[in-house]
Ligand binder design. Structure first.
Ligand SMILES: [Cu+2]
Length: 64
C-alpha cells in the first residue's frame, strides 16, 4: 500500500530526514520518498495511513 501526504512545512532535507525517521518508528520497513518541491511525502507501508500521519504530526509537522 502506498500513501501520500502533503506536508507544507517540510522545508529542507533535514525536515525530510526527520519525517522519514518518524515514519520508520511506525514501520521500519517503510519506503519513504520525499519531494521538497511539491512538499509531498510518499510512503509504501503495510501500516494504517492514520498511524503514519500521526507519527509525522508528532514529529512536529503539519499534514494536510
Ligand atoms: Cu528543514
Amino acid at each position: 500500500m502506498s500513501v501520500q501526504f502533503k506536508v507544507s512545512d517540510m522545508a529542507c532535507s533535514a525536515c525530510a530526514n526527520t519525517i522519514a525517521q518518524a515514519v520508520k518508528q511506525v514501520d521500519a520497513q517503510a519506503q519513504v520518498e520525499t519531494d521538497l518541491t511539491a512538499k509531498t511525502v510518499t510512503i509504501a507501508t503495510q501500516q494504517p495511513a492514520e498511524d503514519i500521519k500521526k507519527a509525522i504530526v508528532e514529529a512536529g509537522y503539519t499534514v494536510e
